[in-house]
Write a protein that binds this ligand. Structure first.
Ligand code: NAD
Length: 442
């Protein structure tokens, strides 16, 4: 089986390397020449645990290669995966310009039957539009089938998610094309991964509905957490007890500074946009976005409550990535929160194990002092603000931190520390929704 993967970002590179590891011949294509040059030189353009090794192994085995030449890449392939970005447009809709450009390039080049599989997250109706674009612009009278195969991997554990997904969704109209894609995923089928075979529109909607629901869970618990703070309840115990109900489930009930990343914010906005387009406003999703925006402000307010007005204060920010184990800062809460802290007069000393360069690229104008470790960040600070729950922040030498800081105060926006212990150690401490710290009695 020969496969072309177009778009060599988080999804394309992980999927390409994963399918090569299943034993298929995969060529990954990108228009970004620098990215392809790096990959050819054995470098991975972003941080994802295990990816460097997986790519190297499959390149060495001769099953994985990289190119900027789309026409050449698709010549030998039966199946073409589209994995380009679908970033948010200013009005909240998904920007499909990269998808359109790929579809038109494919129309130019294909001269035999192909199965075009969309892995990019695209609004309902897009796969039908891709087929129409190709059919209307193709230079040869060849048949093309289009399949929707949304991807659910999470950055930070993307390889594990690709290799052992909770489900594989395949939407399409042609039984022949569906059978080809099922065959690609045969190793998962044998491992009894559930397959959902459906039509194009349903497959597209499954992806958006899943992300929007997870984002809703996060905004829900964030809103409950802030109320817990006001009324003296402990959200950790509340979430634990809620999660014991199998109808609710324990995951995605951790309060924090709001969700970020390249998927949840844009996918929620795009689904809300689709609702508006169809004269069906999605009231819950509008509220999810409002609560998420407010959560940034809640976090800044906590810093102000713990150390007073910000002019003349130094804030040590631990964590810039939107979550641990990734270098991705797209829509990271840190972008917004650091900017607000500086706008209100604070100095910011920040540390992130991996994401510093990406943060600098995203906010070159911010006068942040970047530290080489958490202790350098804490040096002279009036408040330590934990924004990302990197494992290395869970076992800090707290005595050392206390001695380095101008004031021993911590805003733990990820609830990685126990309030009672922190108070005992002499910190002014606040988490998210920890109320009166009574928590669980036994
Ligand atoms: P990304 O920005 O990391 O990568 C996209 C790549 O596509 C870039 O390397 C870009 O240069 C390339 N590209 C753009 N236009 C191109 C063209 N015309 N031809 C060839 N290459 C082109 O994006 P990503 O995070 O991998 O996301 C890709 C899609 O997958 C999005 O729709 C996203 O919503 C979805 N998705 C992402 C994740 C995730 O965790 N990142 C998870 C599931 C689904």
């Amino acid at each position: 089986m020969h496969i072309a993967v177009i778009g060599t970002g988080y999804v394309g590179l992980v999927s390409g390397a994963g399918m090569a590891d299943f034993g298929m011949n995969v060529v990954c294509v990108d228009i970004d020449e620098e990215k392809i040059a790096k990959l050819k030189a054995g470098e991975i353009p972003f941080y994802e645990p295990g990816l460097k090794e997986l790519v190297a192994k499959n390149v060495k085995a001769g099953r994985l290669s990289f190119t900027t030449d789309l026409a050449e890449a698709v010549k030998r392939t039966l199946v073409i995966f589209i994995c380009v970005g679908t970033p948010p447009a200013p009005d909240g809709s998904a920007d499909l310009s990269a998808v359109k450009s790929v579809a038109l390039s494919l129309a130019e080049t294909i001269d035999e039957y192909k199965v075009i599989v969309t892995k990019s997250t695209v609004p309902v109706g897009t796969n039908r539009w891709i087929k129409q674009l190709i059919d209307e612009n193709k230079k040869n009278d060849v048949k093309v089938d289009v399949i929707s195969n949304p991807e659910f991997l999470r950055e930070g554990c993307a390889i594990e998610d690709f290799m052992r997904p909770d489900r594989v969704v395949i939407g399409g109209e042609s039984d022949h094309a569906i059978a080809i894609i099922k065959d690609i995923y045969r190793p998962l089928y044998l491992a009894e991964t559930p397959f959902v075979i459906t039509d194009l529109e349903t497959a597209e909607m499954i992806k958006y509905a899943s992300n929007a629901f997870l984002a809703t869970k996060i905004s829900f618990i964030n809103e409950v957490a802030t109320l817990c703070d006001k009324v003296g309840a402990d959200v950790i115990t509340v979430a634990k007890a809620m999660g014991l109900d199998p109808r609710i489930g324990p995951r995605f009930l951790n309060p924090g500074p709001g969700f970020g990343g390249s998927c949840f914010p844009k996918d929620v906005r795009a689904l809300a946009y689709l609702g508006k387009q169809n004269n069906h406003p999605m009231h819950i999703l509008e509220a999810v976005l409002t609560v998420n925006e407010r959560q940034r402000e809640v976090t800044v307010q906590k810093v102000k409550q713990i150390c007073g007005d910000l002019p003349g204060k130094t804030i040590a920010v631990l964590g810039l990535a939107f979550k641990p184990n990734t270098s991705d800062v797209r829509e990271s809460p840190a972008l917004d929160i650091v900017e607000r802290l500086i706008a209100e007069g604070a100095k910011v000393q920040a540390y992130d194990p991996i994401a510093e360069e990406e943060f600098k690229k995203a906010k070159p104008e911010l006068p942040v002092k970047y530290a080489t470790d958490p202790y350098e960040a804490a040096d002279g600070a009036h408040c330590l603000l934990i924004l990302t729950e990197w494992n290395e922040f869970r076992y800090l030498d707290l005595e050392k931190i206390k001695n380095l800081m101008a004031e021993p105060a911590i805003v733990d926006a990820r609830n990685i520390y126990e309030p009672a212990r922190m108070q005992k150690l002499g910190f002014k401490y606040t988490g998210m929704g920890r109320g009166n710290f009574a928590g669980q009695k036994a």
